[in-house]
Write a protein that binds this ligand. Structure first.
Ligand code: ARG
Length: 280
């Protein structure tokens, strides 16, 4: 009696094992089949999905529409990735983490209105520039502030680790009492609108968009022509093999009119292509 039960148990165990082995065999085949996807001929990394990171708190450049990341940078990235033949995913990780993931190489690239400057090119690689920008000052309509120099003695809100912070520090010194640093530019603007700061210094496209879209907040934008002109680039880990292909793709979308179309769709005006091309 006992023997019979044991036999039945053993034989069903054997069948189970056989099924398991054959199942593994099949799944192994399928996996290696998908891995053999032909490289698209664009060079390194074309076989894998690139992880591209951003801080989607910077409308109209990159922001969230529900859970979708939208904006000028997002459209440019998509065109560049298509031209370069790369598969990618864009992930919203916030600003400060970008400067951890890129040197740590857990991300392949970052697009986030990132200014190419002396300090950063020592640590990261950048694509050729794809956008010209300048910092401007966002203040209440009735503010006496008319220039950068007028920020002296005032309280300025900035996004931490941005060129806006650098400019504010040049004028005010690294005074933590007068320079309030926030994790996102949205929070810096909130500080201004609730009266905790006299001004925000941030990129022109962003402060202009905010003032225009929020007329009830009664804000105006001040231009100081002594603030330096800046250029955005796609940030890459030092020595990234993607750089050559990405640079070529940027040139390609500029030359074939894709860039102009994206620019017009986003800003409603013509881009100044010559100013970009001079930087190449
Ligand atoms: N252009 C400035 C910089 O590179 C600010 C960029 C902030 N970008 C953002 N997505 N929050 O420092």
């Amino acid at each position: 009696m006992k023997n019979k039960v044991l036999k039945v148990l053993l034989s069903s165990l054997t069948i189970g094992l056989l099924l398991l082995v054959s199942a593994c065999g099949t799944s192994e085949k399928t996996t290696s089949g998908t891995n053999e996807k032909p490289a698209s001929g664009s060079g390194d990394n074309s076989h894998k999905k690139l992880r591209i990171v951003t801080d989607a708190n910077y409308a109209p450049m990159e922001s969230l529409d529900g859970d979708k990341i939208v904006g000028f940078d997002v459209d440019i990235l998509d065109a560049v990735m298509k031209a370069a033949g790369y598969d990618y995913e864009l992930v919203n990780i916030g600003w400060d983490p970008i400067f951890v993931e890129i040197p740590g190489k857990t991300a392949d690239a970052a697009i986030s209105s990132i200014t190419i400057n002396e300090k950063r090119i020592k640590i990261y690689d950048f694509s050729i520039p794809y956008f010209e920008s300048i910092n401007k000052i966002l203040v209440p309509n009735d503010s006496p502030i008319q220039s950068g120099a007028d920020l002296k003695g005032k309280t300025v809100a900035v996004q931490n680790g941005t060129t806006g912070q650098e400019i504010a520090e040049k004028i005010l010194g690294k005074d933590p009492q007068h320079i309030k640093k926030f994790e996102s530019n949205v929070l810096a603007i909130m500080e201004l609108t609730k009266g905790g700061a006299d001004a925000v210094v941030a990129d022109n496209a962003v402060v202009e968009e905010y003032a225009k879209n929020n007329p009830n907040k009664n804000l105006k934008v001040i231009t100081d022509t002594s603030f330096p002109s800046e250029f955005y680039g796609i940030m890459l880990p030092k020595g990234s093999k993607l750089k050559a292909n990405i640079d070529n793709a940027i040139k390609k979308i500029i030359d074939d009119g894709t860039y102009t179309k994206i620019y017009k769709d986003n800003f409603g005006t013509e881009p100044n292509i010559d100013v970009l091309k001079k930087q190449f």
